[in-house]
Ligand binder design. Sequence first.
Ligand SMILES: NC(=O)c1ccc[n+]([C@@H]2O[C@H](COP(=O)([O-])OP(=O)(O)OC[C@H]3O[C@@H](n4cnc5c(N)ncnc54)[C@H](O)[C@@H]3O)[C@@H](O)[C@H]2O)c1
Length: 248
Amino acid sequence: MSKGSMAGRRAVVTGAAQGIGRAIAERLLGAGVRVCLWDADATLAADVATELGDNAFAEAVDVADPDAVATATRSSLLAMGGIDILVNNAGISGPNAPTWEYPIEEWRRVIDIDLNGVFYCCHSVVPMMREAGYGRIVNIASVAGKEGNPNAPAYSAAKAGVIGLTKSLGKELADTEIRVNCVTPAVARTRIFDQMTEEHIDYMLSKIPMGRFVAVEEIAALVAWLASDECSFSTGAVFDITGGRSTY
Ligand SMILES: NC(=O)c1ccc[n+]([C@@H]2O[C@H](COP(=O)([O-])OP(=O)(O)OC[C@H]3O[C@@H](n4cnc5c(N)ncnc54)[C@H](O)[C@@H]3O)[C@@H](O)[C@H]2O)c1
């Protein structure tokens, strides 16, 4: 493999049936990477994998279920022969409400998918990366995890947790060839909007100095670099993509 080339690498992208995950999968496929699309929406994931061609595979998996994640890891290994890149993207926003009114079941669901799911996927895939002596892990956090968005307490807490997990795992693996980083996008127009109130979307847009949503392709471009060999001296780090909202 020539320096900087990703051709021949094998990736798992969770939540890849649509939105940001699909854009990441398309970008990696365009770079010659084979990609397993893990998604809870089995039908959509299978349709998208067919649409994306021979190097795309679909796995029906709920990332909040550690047994399902272990099974999907084995299937992806069989389909591709290894996993060099893991992009933990699957996530939900949950409803918008202040903390004292937030439904306890919704809190648990958001933490289960957005935070525990990232842990289960890392827990399952990292051992084979350690054995292979190579890996790139990119976690999709959110600016909500850095700054806290009002009326999104579970989401903000889960994404802050993803940032903390990224820092911890990055340091644990710093003496290997495995790099672990996360990105903190501002708001992108995807199906996740269906879960939010209009006021909440307006609030998030109003905080962005560039005054626009981020395009999913812009996030995919940053993730593709973090998933490449060229990302060699950054680990446990948080990469901002908020149109100027965060300056750290
Ligand atoms: N869109 C935004 O404004 C925005 C901003 C910052 C961060 N993010 C994060 O980016 C990621 C992708 O968001 P999106 O906007 O593309 O959302 P989306 O709703 O368009 O797509 C999410 C995908 O994840 C899948 N998914 C949901 N729960 C799952 C589970 N338990 N197991 C497996 N798959 C599951 C869904 O089926 C869907 O295909 C999420 O982690 C989200 O928090 C999004």
